[in-house]
Ligand binder design. Structure first.
Ligand SMILES: CN[C@](CCCC[B-](O)(O)O)(CCN1CCCCC1)C(=O)O
Ligand SMILES: [Mn+2]
Ligand SMILES: [Mn+2]
Ligand SMILES: [Mn+2]
Length: 298
């Protein structure tokens, strides 16, 4: 099978400079060669240029920051990822901030409507325009994918293709009040770090898969935010939160998902190579590469 590496140098979903440089660092760390050494054919259709998409003027809509730019970029990503999936390839999207998942998961669901989503993150990224406090859209993609909250014309292209019972979280530990309410109201399954401690990562992954993929017959889209890992493991990221996944727990999730043979799309998000000292940046990039390779059979 062929992997399509989609470099998405994009930072509009959050305020910190540098996360748009994530893809180039991941590729320059040798990711493509490592994937080829695993036996994959790898298409690298380059780092997408999003500057031309940026709206001339993009004033906030309510609290939402860079709303038109984020929407247009995500719509473009949805088309790119959807095309790769339709061509029978496995898209590996390198971020860039996590707002991009609005595009990647839309792309996957357009071809695999019954796909399930495993969202590995310290955060739920499920704020609506009403519940967000920051207005940073990287804290909101899941709400758009589920069709929650007030409709925003600029986001009319996002179809509510994701069903709550097809979504499961691993690694949560920093949610806004509104997000906790949304998870409860929609009966969304979440394995926070408390459950990871209580049951161990092996049981957590089994329970997560039992919830969204009970017969192990549905395609899986894995959306991995490196801030799910403990900051000691992946320090160079925009919204670090203490008490995260160990290096091995992060890799176990990826290895276990590979073992299902059901992975159809992968996102590796929020590596920001400008937020730490060179050694910490190198470490964060190396972990990102390693997680991708583990999800693809290493
Ligand atoms: C928890 N929600 C946050 C973070 C979203 C992180 C996005 B991700 O892609 O990295 O997961 C944080 C909101 N808080 C900021 C500090 C003050 C309280 C609210 C938000 O901005 O919505
Ligand atoms: Mn995230
Ligand atoms: Mn996060
Ligand atoms: Mn982030």
């Amino acid at each position: 099978k062929t992997i399509a590496v989609v470099g998405c140098p994009f930072s509009g979903g959050q305020p910190k400079l540098g996360v748009d440089k994530g893809p180039i660092h991941l590729v320059e760390a040798g990711l493509i060669t490592r994937l080829e050494e695993l036996g994959w054919r790898v298409l690298f259709d380059g780092h997408h240029q999003f500057e031309e998409i940026s709206a001339a003027s993009d004033p906030p809509i309510g609290k939402l920051q860079n709303p038109r730019h984020v929407s247009r970029v995500c719509e473009s990503v949805a088309e790119v990822v959807g095309a790769h999936v339709r061509n029978g390839q496995l898209p590996v999207t390198l971020g860039g901030d996590h707002s991009l998942a609005m595009g990647t998961i839309s792309g996957t669901l357009s071809s695999y409507p019954d796909a399930c989503v495993i969202w590995v993150d310290a955060h739920a990224d499920i704020n609506t325009a009403e519940t967000t406090s920051s207005g940073n859209i990287h804290g909101m993609p899941v709400s758009f994918l589920l069709g929650l909250g007030e409709k925003i014309p600029e986001y009319a292209w996002v179809k509510p293709l994701l069903r709550p019972e097809r979504l499961v979280y691993i690694g949560l530990r920093d949610l806004d009040a509104g997000e906790k309410r949304i998870l409860r109201e929609n009966n969304i399954k979440a394995f926070s770090m408390h459950e990871v401690d209580k049951y161990g990562i092996g049981r957590v992954v089994d329970m997560a898969l039992d919830h969204v993929n009970p017969n192990r017959d549905l395609p899986i889209h894995l959306s991995f935010d490196v801030d799910a890992l403990d900051p000691s493991v992946a320090p160079s990221t925009g919204t670090p939160v203490r008490g995260g996944l160990t290096f091995r727990e992060g890799h176990y999730i990826c290895e276990a998902i590979h073992e299902t043979g059901l992975l159809v799309a992968l996102d590796l998000m929020e590596v920001n190579p400008s937020l730490a000292d060179p050694e910490s940046v190198r470490q964060t990039v190396a972990v990102g590469c390693s997680l991708v390779c583990s999800a693809l059979g290493e």
